[in-house]
Design a protein around this ligand. Structure first.
Ligand code: NAD
Ligand code: COI
Length: 332
């Protein structure tokens, strides 16, 4: 059995080597480059492909896999929004993802950013670099006095919900597909608008499907309380960036934390020689604000999560090749 793994980073390699040791019957080829229309040519002769990337899995790539008779593609991450679904089906490719490599990793980054915003840590750090160690005017706020609105009570949303409860915050939620346990606890509001109106802090945890595109927009932002906060560690397309910048300009928003951003592909996880070389004016505008925290899609990036991403995706690809099935098959 032969698997080719694309886009393998140095931090993933030890986990991949460990997996190989535990699976001596599988031959693994490590490719450090991402899967694209050129590197796909290396997949010829392999039984399965393991990959992680935010770049699109295009028709061209998927047609080539089909031509090579490769029917198994295993992603090392959760999101499947960058896959050409038609080409997957046309080429009879089965896709797996890793739906729960560590929901805690993302929820913990979300709570970190919530606390940083409430306690104005970015402003304090900037002042301190200039020798200013005074308190005022950066007086903070306490989470237990706030209502947190969780948009999406899936794996990650539910962990954040528990964490916020641990801090003593009031938690409300919206999800079009309600969790029965949470339903019993009466935490759901009836409409997205109710969540925007009632929460002091909104944290987004829904997929980047068409109906959620720009769900945070001029209208929804205007419904939010003055001085509220938004956290997006889900997907960049959920927020209309222009509308967000306007809401920050007007003072409507007290703070924003973005771990995902609509223009992030080709920008996040890249090294630019200096700040002004970042090729996205809106992103720089956001990054320069003292009440906006931008992190370059790092919520997932913990040792626990990365180890699970490698192990679970390799297991899934091996299972597909062996049995034609896996418990991680994505239903598009
Ligand atoms: P999940 O599938 O467990 O939960 C998603 C929730 O969104 C579900 O409860 C679902 O009912 C709800 N939902 C709302 N609108 C929906 C719609 N139109 N269609 C389907 N479901 C809808 O997902 P999760 O693992 O909790 O992930 C949440 C988000 O976090 C996703 O966007 C995912 O891509 C993103 N994510 C980000 C990172 C990161 O590093 N920042 C890492 C992993 C996942
Ligand atoms: C996902 O798993 O969907 C993520 O968003 C994390 C990815 C950048 C590795």
């Amino acid at each position: 059995m032969k698997i080719i793994a694309y886009g393998i980073r140095n931090d993933e390699l030890p986990f991949l080597r460990e997996w190989e040791n535990n699976n001596p019957d599988v031959e693994v080829k490590v490719e450090t480059e991402l899967l694209d229309s050129t590197t796909v040519l290396e997949a010829e002769g392999f039984d399965g492909v393991v990959a992680y990337q935010q770049k699109p899995y295009t028709k061209e790539i998927l047609d080539k896999l089909g031509e090579f008779n490769i029917r198994y593609l295993s992603l090392r991450n959760v999101g499947t929004d960058n896959i050409d679904v038609e080409a997957v089906s046309k080429n009879n490719i089965t896709v797996t993802n890793v739906p729960a490599y560590s929901p805690n990793a993302i929820a913990e980054l979300a709570i970190t950013q919530i606390m940083r915003l409430l306690r104005n840590t970015k402003r304090f750090e900037t002042k301190q670099r200039n020798g200013d160690l005074r308190w005022a005017p950066e007086i903070g706020e306490e989470l237990h006095t706030k209502t947190v609105g969780i948009f999406g009570t899936g794996r990650i949303g539910r962990v954040l919900l528990d964490i916020c409860r641990g801090f003593g915050a009031k938690v409300i939620a919206y999800d079009p597909f309600r969790n029965p346990e949470l339903e019993k606890q009466g935490i759901y509001v009836d409409t997205p608008d109710d969540l925007f109106k009632k929460a002091d802090i909104i944290s987004l945890h829904v997929p980047a499907v068409k109906e959620n595109e720009h769900m945070v927009n001029e209208k929804t932002l205007s419904e939010m309380k003055d001085g509220s906060y938004i956290i997006n560690a889900a997907r960049g397309t959920l927020i209309d960036t222009d509308a967000l910048i306007k809401a920050l300009d007007s003072g409507k928003m007290a703070g924003v934390a973005l771990d995902t951003y609509e223009g992030e592909v080709g920008v996040f996880n890249e090294d630019f020689p200096y700040f002004s070389a970042i090729p996205d004016e809106k992103l720089k505008n956001l990054m320069e604000r003292d009440n906006v925290l931008v992190s370059p899609h790092i919520a997932f990036y913990t040792k626990t999560a990365v180890q699970n991403m490698v192990e679970f995706s390799m297991d899934a690809n091996r299972d597909l090749i062996k049995t034609g099935n896996s418990d991680k098959v994505v239903k598009f």
